[in-house]
Write a protein that binds this ligand. Sequence first.
Ligand SMILES: [Zn+2]
Length: 134
Amino acid sequence: MSYTALYRKFRPDAFSEVKGQEHIVTTLTNQIKANRIGHAYLFCGTRGTGKTTVAKILARAVNCEHPVDGSPCNECPVCLSIQAGTSLNVIEIDAASNNGVDNIREIREEVAYRPTQGRYKVYIIDEEIGRAHV
Ligand SMILES: [Zn+2]
């Protein structure tokens, strides 16, 4: 489907490519550079403002083997596997259909295990997975 290709094509891969969210990007990259990362981040905003994009860059940045100025290198094995969606440590969850007590219990059980690759397990809980961002 062409709309998927378009939004994938224009989805930024680095914090420096994210437009209009400079204060958030600055805060996040400073935290990554200082190795002072929060255990959870809540991104609020209307559709298309970059919540999922920033979450995905953040997921790579905290696990990247050679981060560049707080951004992921997008070249190391960890970055590549997260980008390809094959990393077991970055889990995307569709909140719209996984909002039950059992789902939360499942997440709580899984987070007890250490990451298999990289430093952190990242859960991206998104309400808009699979929808076109236009
Ligand atoms: Zn990397």
